[in-house]
Design a protein around this ligand. Structure first.
Ligand code: DHB
Ligand code: FE
Length: 287
């Protein structure tokens, strides 16, 4: 397994994306968790026991063990641990922490969120290049509490990849904040984001994460999605994603982050200028 198999400019972009995701995570990572020694011993002990169980069940060979070692070293050298963890592990952490909350469903944040995107008021257009490719799209939303009462002033951070699957600030060559912005709900809790419809997205697959996926005969695709963080005073932050009905990857998302509550059904706009859809975000009261 090697990560030096760059075949095209878009694959070169993918490799750089991984390295940037590591650099960005290292800047924001917190050093402490508050986990005490007894809990650490239980988690670490159970994690190792689970792995030993897999080795025994499959009678893993020394050759296979050496491939695992070499591969883990390579994931680090490729800078792909943030990508790998957010694709294969984060969905489980997210559902353990959030599935019992009332209100709208959350899902994984993924590796490409950056705070501080441009503020666009209650209605505006995400920063984009002249001639940004894709289908024009208006995403309207309403932010309410769990009972359906409007939350004026709620903030809605929206970020998504371009029509080639690249995220600004991680893939090279895109303007800062491309397809990223923050909206503020108006007096009725409403906002409107003008953007381009995102396309299905391949996780960077020319490096060691891709090598693992290929070894298992899987595909590297995620269904097209918007990423969102919605918050209002007195309410829990909602980190979520929204997907599009009939996307071919809804049932086989490599990141396991699709939930039936997170589906959008866009319609053609009456002015013929692309598509539109709306969604209601219901925030859970702060614990
Ligand atoms: C990854 C990328 C995403 O856009 C996402 O939503 C989840 C995971 C990744 O490459 O790890
Ligand atoms: Fe994403």
């Amino acid at each position: 397994m090697t990560s030096q198999m760059t075949q095209s400019p878009s694959d070169a972009k993918a490799a750089e994306t991984g390295a940037n995701a590591t650099r960005y995570f290292q800047k924001k990572a917190k050093a402490t968790t508050g986990t005490d020694q007894a809990r650490a011993a239980a988690i670490i002990g159970d994690a190792l026991a689970a792995l030993h169980g897999v080795i025994e069940a499959h009678e893993v060979t020394y050759a296979e063990y050496d491939v695992l070692k070499a591969w883990m070293i390579q994931v680090g050298e490729d800078g792909e641990w943030p990508l790998w963890l957010d694709v294969f592990i984060e969905h489980s952490v997210e559902s353990v922490n959030n599935d019992s909350r009332p209100g709208s469903k959350g899902t994984i944040e993924g590796p490409f969120y950056i705070p501080g995107a441009p503020q666009l008021g209650s209605e505006g257009t995400l920063p984009m290049r002249d001639g940004e490719p894709g289908t024009p799209f208006i995403f309207r939303g309403e932010v309410t509490d769990a009972d359906g009462n409007a939350l004026p002033g709620a903030t809605v951070e929206l970020w998504h990849c371009d029509s080639e699957g690249f995220y600004s600030q991680f893939a090279p060559g895109l303007p800062e904040w491309n397809l990223r912005g923050v909206f503020t709900a108006d007096e009725s809790g409403a906002f409107a984001a003008h953007t381009m419809m995102p396309a299905p997205y391949q996780i960077p697959h020319d490096g060691s994460t891709g090598a693992m996926i290929a070894a298992a005969g899987w595909h590297p695709w995620r269904p097209a999605h918007f990423h969102l963080k919605v918050q209002a005073p007195g309410h829990e932050l909602l980190t979520t994603q929204l997907y599009f009905e009939a996307d071919e990857y809804l049932d086989s998302d490599i990141a396991g982050a699709v939930k039936p509550e997170l589906m959008l059904t866009p319609v053609d706009r009456t002015d013929g200028e692309g598509k539109e859809v709306s969604y209601q975000f219901r925030l859970c009261p702060e614990a």
